[in-house]
Design a protein around this ligand. Structure first.
Ligand SMILES: [Mn+2]
Length: 286
């Protein structure tokens, strides 16, 4: 068995030390409430292992974000959603107080609740950009208000401004609760040229980005619990994240719901998406 400690980007020494790192990768492996394909608990480890094979120079931004230091912390573990969300909230708060930029790796989308809550208390005027195939606006699902299908409903209790992109599946009860002005359906994105500008304009200055990997098309991201057809492609997501980085302040983000299989390309996509987002975030500001 592989006992070596894995670190995002395969970084060691000064580039991965906590004290000097500007960026912290926080794994939260949890998969309690998935209704169909389980395995998201193995997502964070798969992303970190894949990330060790990435090139750390980003061509597009001509930057090497790892030079800022990226520390990979010990994972947060728990047996229940509510406890895990609370533990994640406390850990993210502590990391923010230490001046870190945090990337949470899931695990289940419900974990985002704790991370968003901590960021919302730390920063003023926070909005959430949700990339997802699903609205996740159910009040409760299978009797559990912390089911992954309810993550955005819980976040909406303390954040008014949520902009959702890539949505293509929901329950009829959710359609009554959503703000259609802030939803960019996958089918509408296909035919629109201006949607990125419109979406970015609806966000406030400080933006937390929550990425459910099922926002991508299953042809490139089959490793999710619910691979909905008609998803977005790599460059579309990149262009959106680039524009948000240029126009707004990304305060933190999470990448959720990777459900690894024997196909490791999706693991690599998730790793590269994280590094790409960091490259946009840090090369556009200073
Ligand atoms: Mn989803």
């Amino acid at each position: 068995m592989d006992k070596r400690k894995h670190s995002f980007g395969g970084l060691t020494g000064d580039f991965s030390a906590y004290e000097t790192a500007e960026i912290v990768i926080l794994p939260v492996p949890f998969d309690k409430t998935s209704t169909w394909i389980k395995g998201a608990a193995r997502g964070p480890e798969a992303i970190i292992k894949a990330s060790e094979h990435m090139e750390l120079y980003d061509i597009e931004t001509d930057s090497e974000t790892y030079l800022r230091g990226i520390h990979t912390t010990e994972p947060i573990l728990s047996k229940t959603s509510a406890d895990l969300i609370n533990k994640t909230y406390k850990r993210v708060r502590a990391l923010l107080n230490d001046g870190k930029f945090i990337v949470v790796l899931g695990g289940e989308h419900s974990i985002s609740i704790g991370s968003v809550k901590a960021h919302n208390e730390f920063y003023d005027d926070v909005s959430v950009l949700q990339l997802d195939a699903h609205t996740d606006m159910r009040d409760s699902y299978l009797g559990d208000p912390y089911n992954h299908a309810c993550s955005m409903a819980r976040i909406h209790e303390f954040i008014e401004n949520i902009v959702s992109v890539g949505i293509r599946s929901m329950d009829s009860t959710e359609s009554e609760k959503i703000n259609t002005k802030k939803i960019f359906y996958a089918q509408d994105i296909r035919d629109s040229r201006d949607w990125i500008r419109e979406a970015v304009n609806k966000l406030s200055e400080n933006v937390y980005v929550t990425i459910d990997l099922d926002v991508f098309d299953p042809s490139i991201m089959p490793s999710t619990g619910t691979p909905e057809p008609g998803g977005l492609d790599w460059y579309t997501i990149n262009n959106l994240l680039k524009k948000v980085s240029e126009k707004k302040n990304i305060i933190g983000f999470d990448v959720m719901e990777l459900c690894p299989s024997e196909n490791y390309a999706p693991d690599f996509l998730a790793a590269k998406l994280i590094y790409k987002t960091l490259s946009y975030r840090f090369s556009s500001k200073d």
